[in-house]
Ligand binder design. Sequence first.
Ligand code: ATP
Ligand code: MG
Length: 366
Amino acid sequence: MTSAPDGPPGAALGSLELAALRARQRAQQIEEELARDPSRFRVLTGERPTGPLHLGHLFGTVENRVRLQRSGVDTLLVVADYQVITDRDVAGDVRGAVREVVLDYLAAGLDPELTTIFTHSAVPALHQLLLPFLSLVTVAELDRNPTVKAELAATGGRALTGLLLTYPVHQAADILFCRANLVPVGRDQLPHLETTRTIARRFNQRYAGAEPFFPEPDALLSTAPVVLGTDGAKMSKSAGNAIALGADTDTTVRAIRSARTDGDRHITYEPQRRPEVANLLLLTGLCTGRTPQEVAEDIGGRGAGVLKSLLADALLDYLAPLRARRAELAADPQVVHDVLTRGNARANELADETIREVRRLMRMLL
Ligand code: ATP
Ligand code: MG
């Protein structure tokens, strides 16, 4: 591959900072457009079934999805089962992990009457989009993706597979198969979304003529775009630093007590200088409807121990209805199967329609 289709390689894919800046600038406009006409939007987002969902998911993206779903936005969620093997050889019990993720969705308020929930591997036409999409990016562009680099680093010295390198292209297929234009995600996903925007733009330029076929989707960040785990790094299913939505009381309290803080007893909200303390304050604020600054002022010189007990109480209260609902749903062996059967059928209809249009635009239809 020698050059990018619409300019020199490197010119098109922006940095994480630029993408975060644009997402922040667009946020207000998106909210206004959403209030005016939610039917203009289609949401696609999702998770890899690599473990149960955690607080990073809830506050980083899931609560935004519930809000969008309730305001009438057509919402689709992919449980990206093929992407489990991007950074590991052994997929493990994928079916069990998919079930956990779907239970978490339902318990958090995602309603299968309003939201389409499907598994990646059940929608073959979605993956067919990878072929034209792969031709629209260079290896040099993929090589620069900071999230792929971080995920590779987290594997502890594994070689970079073709699947991990092309993960952002796969994600472009996940988003564009249903022509979604809004993607509620955590900040780690912004570089991937840049790739999706680039692919959509280049496909349109190359094949679509005057009328763009694919939208260039916007990211929608929450007020907690990077929730930190107990070790101070990004909370992540694979890092052993997460507080799962479905965890029991003891595990939750123990995890909060073990969370890293700093040596300064006086509690202040300073996300740059004191990220771990700021994270605990933010979580407490989110659970109690207060700002992190207010929580910090309440605690003052009483130290991180008091902050942690406040968070534990607030979080247990906040999650109690979700956890009760989750336990009820988990007792029904049929519920996840039914949700996915229905979701997979709709996702297949949309994907078949899109790949047919793509083939028509590429002049491949008979
Ligand atoms: P893994 O360790 O397997 O990559 P993960 O915990 O990073 O799992 P993903 O399935 O990769 O979770 O992410 C799903 C969605 O949740 C993405 O939109 C991602 O940005 C968001 N998300 C995940 N972790 C956090 C977090 N700590 N803070 C905010 N958003 C998050
Ligand atoms: Mg991840």
